[in-house]
Design a protein around this ligand. Sequence first.
Ligand code: BV8
Ligand code: ZN
Length: 245
Amino acid sequence: MINFPPELITYLKKATRVVVLTGAGVSQESGLSTFRDAQSGLWAQYRPEDLATPRAFARDPKLVWDWYAHRRESAKGASPNLGHYALVEMENRISEFTLITQNVDGLHRIAGSKNILELHGNILNVRCSECGMFADNWEDDLESVPRCEKCNALLRPDVVWFEESLPREQLDAAVSATRACQIFFSIGTSGVVQPAAALAHAAKAEGAVVVEVNAEPTPLTARADFAFHGKSGEILPELVKAVWG
Ligand code: BV8
Ligand code: ZN
């Protein structure tokens, strides 16, 4: 049983504008490895940030395609955990609630969250690497990377790779919600990847109350008003119960 500071409970009872930023940690209890976790099997020899780049795809498109096919199957086989569902509960009780995620696994949407900004895309979607056309279905002959029906260029996952710009619309919406929020939650993220990691600091600069929920301290911990270190799937349901009973 976690003793949440009474002032945090009061803030949440009164809050009308809340932003939550999530990272890979919120999906860890759903069996999906985080970016910090060592990769398993065939992928153990690669660092995620070495595969998630346009240069890696140019160098070896089949390797990158297969890595995403592997992660896509893992995401499809995973289910939301109590942490995802607690965020749905929060959204149902707060009038202006914005969920900003770095995760490409789509689990927040499956859990029932509505106002979601997928800053780094969604691994379940595939599009053409040249003309951008989305592919509803594609032949994965395991020999080569599937190609675009329209321009015959290689298909790629609809995710944001390192050194690629974030989708303008989602980023602008994330920044404006962050600037206007009263409480900003940073959940299950190591706070390293930019520009997502800058959002919590922007919220703090605008006077918002910053709350961190993470398995270990991060560069944000020292600036957070409240920090809870443990599993989001255990802490968030307890917080929802403590605030809204
Ligand atoms: C860009 C999609 C313009 C793909 C991802 C400024 C300074 C320095 C560098 C940069 C900078 N600005 C830009 C950069 C470069 C770069 C960057 O930030 N590099 C880092 C490494 C320093 N940023 C970019 O390239 C961005 N684009 O800036 O474009 C540009 C153009 C040209 C040249 C330069 C710039 C694009 C960034 C997006 C990349 N795509 N994902 C895919 O998924 O394959 S990023 C990916 O990694 C994730 O989406 C996520 O953002 C990040 C992983 O971080 P987390 O989610 O936080 O996961 P992590 O494993 O690190 O941590 C998990 C945490 O959870 C841990 O702390 C753990 O303790 C905790 N945890 C574990 N279990 C639990 C838990 N917590 C609670 N409960 C649990 N059960
Ligand atoms: Zn195309």
